[in-house]
Design a protein around this ligand. Structure first.
Ligand code: ATP
Ligand code: MG
Length: 479
């Protein structure tokens, strides 16, 4: 039995023991109830049988009284004594039964007429004058006597003095102890069998519960052995039950964890790499800086540029790191037309282009206007970076049932299909970069995607008609 301490200090009982204990308690109660019920049914049967027997015996005697004929005289019986004697001679009694005739007037100790029987003397009623007197004097015609020797059920038929000089009574007595004992024996047998069944259940239950719960133990030990460095351990999945499903879920969770940790490592590596480049550049410029004031001025300009770039990267990284937080996006009801117009006004300052407000959707939607503007500005910035002054860049929004789109379309070089997926990943830039190193770190589209997903939407790349790239933010709405 595994008993360890839970953090609160209570002993922790393993699931295996708990399952088994419950099983045993329920079984014990059920088996006990069955045994008790069987016993009471058997006892009731015994009582019924005895009642029937007593009724039958007294009925037979009551019939005999008016019809009986004395074999010696061929006429009616003259005395109760004779009637009882003849009747009893002809009767056959059950092993636990006594048939007796009582004679003599009430108030006196009765005379007893009995059959020759081998009943144990200590329980025989014919010897027990006390009980006989009580039965004879009783007003009832049947009853139960509790004697020290045990219980006794009796019934009697009185014969009035008219049947002969003396009054008399016919008494049937039944000793139920032996029949009761048979019922009790069945009860104890049932209990003993229940005990054996419980023992067997304990053994089998322990083994089966152990087998079923083995994967759970495996999950526990595997989880305990996992470290951030080694997430490669997996639980072998066997069978098709829900425990196997648990193992599968656990393994899937480990897959995700492993991927997340790997992605995090890549992210940190990339971030480090990306930040190292401007540092190297800054150091190089400072080391080579001469005394010439013009040279110094140029160095300061370049160094400030790099530092700006660095601080932008750090800001973007912080923003992306916060994208997992629930309050990253704070939606509120926003007029889409207003938002689109605002964005248009802001992005026009990004560069000398032919900016066009293409179309606005007249619809109220729930979104975070700041984040959405931020995403649109990123897209517009990219569009500016990949176009030359005078080229047309279109901004707009459209809506149809349950669906809203905001887009930025340019007529730049567009994006080769092989880049279509990767450009949305962090620190990934397209392969066909024009000109010299841009100031970007490849975080812009990752931020746009994070904002779109924060709104339960997405970002799509399409081709602009006539060449160029169109980025579309798509959101689902309720209305
Ligand atoms: N409008 C566009 N036209 C052509 N290529 C684009 C356009 N927008 C993005 N790209 C490509 O996608 C890549 C990723 O863009 P992203 O905005 O993520 O990074 P970046 O602009 O290089 O850097 P940052 O946005 O962090 O300053 C770009 O490097 C570029 O190759
Ligand atoms: Mg960008």
């Amino acid at each position: 039995m595994t008993v360890s301490r839970s953090p609160v200090g209570f002993p922790r009982i393993s699931a295996r023991v708990r399952i088994l204990l419950w099983l045993l308690v329920v079984m014990a109660v059920a088996l006990g109830a069955v045994a008790v019920t069987v016993r009471s049914i058997l006892q009731r049967d015994v009582d019924h049988r005895i009642s029937k027997l007593l009724t039958q015996e007294t009925g037979e005697f009551a019939n005999f009284v008016p019809q009986g004929v004395d074999p010696d005289t061929g006429g009616r019986f003259e005395t109760a004594d004779r009637l009882l004697r003849i009747y009893l001679q002809r009767q056959y009694a059950d092993p636990d039964e006594e048939l007796l005739g009582l004679t003599g007037p009430a108030g006196k100790e009765p005379g007893v007429i009995r059959q020759r029987r081998d009943l144990p003397r200590d329980i025989a009623l014919w010897k027990d004058k006390d009980s006989l007197t009580r039965i004879r004097d009783s007003q009832d015609s049947f009853g139960t006597l509790q004697r020290p020797q045990g219980e006794l059920r009796w019934a009697k038929v009185e014969i009035g003095p008219s049947a002969g000089g003396q009054p008399g009574a016919f008494v049937v007595a039944f000793h139920p102890e032996r029949e009761r004992a048979v019922a009790d024996k069945t009860f104890w047998m049932l209990l003993a069998l229940s005990g054996i069944a419980l023992l067997m259940t304990t053994g089998i239950g322990w083994a089966v519960a152990g087998r079923i719960l083995a994967p759970v133990r495996l999950v526990r030990t595997t989880a305990a052995e996992l470290t951030e460095q080694d997430l490669t351990r997996r639980i072998p999945v066997e069978g098709r039950d829900d425990i196997a499903a648990l193992a599968e879920t656990f393994n899937a969770m480990l897959d995700r964890l492993e991927r997340a940790f790997a992605a995090q490592r890549v992210f940190v590596d990339d971030a480090g790499h990306e930040l190292r480049t401007p540092i190297t550049i800054v150091r190089g410029h400072l080391e080579l800086m001469g005394d010439d004031p013009a040279d110094r001025e140029e160095t300061v300009r370049l160094v400030t540029d790099e530092l700006d770039r660095m601080s932008r990267i750090v800001e973007d990284l912080l923003l992306l790191a916060g994208a997992e937080r629930p309050d990253f996006v704070r939606p509120e009801p926003v007029q889409l037309a207003e938002l689109t117009a605002d964005v248009f006004v802001k992005v026009r300052t990004l560069g000398e282009r032919e900016w066009v407000l293409d179309g606005v959707a007249d619809r109220e939607v729930r979104l975070d206007p700041q984040r959405m503007t931020q995403a649109m500005v990123q897209l517009a910035q990219n569009a500016v970076q990949h176009t030359v002054p005078g080229q047309r860049i279109r901004i707009g929004s459209r809506a149809d049932a349950g669906h809203v789109e905001l887009y930025v379309a340019d007529h730049g070089p567009g994006i080769p299909p092989e880049d279509a997926e990767v450009i949305f990943e962090r620190f990934r830039r397209g392969t066909s970069r024009r000109g010299t190193r841009t100031s970007g770190a490849g975080l812009g589209l990752a931020i746009v995607r994070a904002i779109a997903e924060g709104h339960h939407g997405g970002v799509e790349l399409r081709r602009t008609e006539g060449g160029g790239a169109t980025f579309v933010l798509t959101l689902e709405t309720d209305s």
